[in-house]
Design a protein around this ligand. Structure first.
Ligand SMILES: *[C@@H]1O[C@H](CO)[C@@H](O)[C@H](O)[C@H]1NC(C)=O
Ligand SMILES: *[C@@H]1O[C@H](CO)[C@@H](O)[C@H](O)[C@H]1NC(C)=O
Ligand SMILES: *[C@@H]1O[C@H](CO)[C@@H](O)[C@H](O)[C@H]1NC(C)=O
Ligand SMILES: *[C@@H]1O[C@H](CO)[C@@H](O)[C@H](O)[C@H]1NC(C)=O
Ligand SMILES: [Zn+2]
Length: 365
């Protein structure tokens, strides 16, 4: 797809969304803009090309306008608009933010599928599910379904196993930065490459890439309110804590491991899938410039990478038949993690907003 299309999407969104056109309507006789009949028939157990995900984002925020709003985050290298969905119930409460991004690596298609699944689960269940409605009293969710949009489109059109962004380097002789090596966390010190031909090219300087810059700016501007930073990848069946750039431990490392282990147990209880929990440097590999490490370094207490299914049988090419079970179990893991984080900040038997643990982090930051 050409960069121009991104602009067309933006224009389309402004015209259709901005003027209140109800593209989610499925009344007989009315025109429907989307390639599917309505949001009710969107397939969450299929992989979707970017055009459909753009359309899904605008439909979900139109249909659930009281709960979900779509926000502009920035432009990609190829000038496509990046949006995140904010899931928030109107309230006078001061709330904390849970950030979830998917698809920073283009070929990890199960990740965007999970972000969409997560939004679906919240909007379908928030009225009846007491667990979700309890979260929404104190928490807003910010969900970025596809971080690396240019790369994701490239995996649909040209190279299914493309990982990086699509920025041009060395006079157009090589392409793409590993966006998860481009964040400002011990940038390019270890587990990253300065050679633009490599899969782990870290870029020309910290946060050189527009996609990393867009995410960094939003997170930085809200960091005091962000409780949890979750970044979704595949594959490997791992829940990874900071750090990747050092074997040193973050100040709340033990707590991160405990919460992560509970999440892995809840995840396994769904379909029996085994996950391992640990810091990236301990159980995966050394990596610098990751968004997870950067988020922890700027003071976000709970920062995790999820590496979803599988463990290598299909790898990045996870069959569509595994989307549903993968998303179901991951949802259990994430909900368990949110339970823990929520209870620490809003103890069940107390109106206190700041737990003892929070006070300890503040002293250690
Ligand atoms: C790009 O091309 C210019 C002009 O041909 C040349 O001077 C320069 O060295 C090239 N840069 C790189 C990084 O290859
Ligand atoms: C990276 O972080 C350091 C502090 O660790 C800061 O001094 C520097 O300005 C940051 N660079 C960018 C590009 O954000
Ligand atoms: C790890 O911790 C040691 C001891 O506190 C410190 O000297 C070192 O700079 C740390 N390394 C990194 C990469 O932060
Ligand atoms: C991957 O998971 C499958 C199914 O659980 C299991 O049979 C297989 O041994 C695992 N492979 C590795 C390398 O862990
Ligand atoms: Zn990845």
């Amino acid at each position: 797809m050409e960069p121009l299309l991104g602009t067309l999407y933006l224009l389309g969104w402004l015209v259709l969304g901005g003027l209140g056109y109800d593209s989610s309507s499925d009344q007989p006789g009315q025109e429907v803009v989307s390639p599917w009949r309505s949001l009710n028939t969107y397939s969450y157990d299929k992989y979707h090309p970017m055009g459909e995900i753009y359309e899904w984002m605008s439909q979900v925020s139109e249909k659930h306008a009281d709960l979900v709003t779509q926000h502009f985050l920035g432009m990609t290298y190829e000038t496509r608009p990046m949006y995140y969905l904010k899931i928030s119930q109107p309230s006078n409460n001061p709330k904390k933010i849970i950030w979830i991004d998917c698809g920073i690596h283009a070929r990890e298609w199960i990740a965007p599928a999970f972000c969409q699944w997560f939004v679906k689960e919240i909007v379908q269940n928030y009225k009846d599910n007491s667990r979700i409605s309890r979260f929404l009293r104190n928490l807003d969710f910010y969900v970025l379904p596809v971080l690396n949009i240019d790369g994701y489109i490239y995996t649909w059109t040209t190279d299914r196993l493309w990982r990086k962004s699509r920025s041009s380097h060395s006079n157009g002789t090589c392409f793409g930065v590993d966006l998860n090596r481009n964040f400002n966390a011990s940038w390019c010190s270890i587990g990253a490459s300065t050679n633009c031909q490599d899969l782990t090219f870290c870029g020309t300087e910290p946060v050189s890439e527009p996609e990393a810059k867009a995410v960094s700016s939003l997170i930085e501007s809200k960091k005091k309110d962000i409780l949890c930073f979750l970044t979704i990848h595949s594959y490997g069946q791992l829940i990874l804590t900071p750090y990747g750039y050092t074997k040193n431990k973050s100040s709340n490392h033990e707590e991160l491991i405990q919460v992560g282990q509970k999440a892995a147990n809840a995840l396994k209880a769904k379909h029996g899938t085994n996950y391992r929990v640990g810091s990236s440097a301990d159980i995966l590999y050394a990596v610098s410039g990751s968004s997870r490490d950067w988020a922890r370094d700027i003071g976000i207490p709970f920062s995790y990478t999820f590496e979803l299914r599988d463990n290598g049988t299909y790898g990045f090419i996870l069959p569509e038949s595994q989307i549903q079970p993968t998303c179901e179990e991951t949802m259990e893991g994430v909900l368990s993690l949110l339970d823990e984080v929520h209870t620490k900040n809003w103890p069940v038997n107390s109106a206190r907003r700041v737990s003892a643990t929070t006070a300890v982090w503040c002293m250690n930051l």
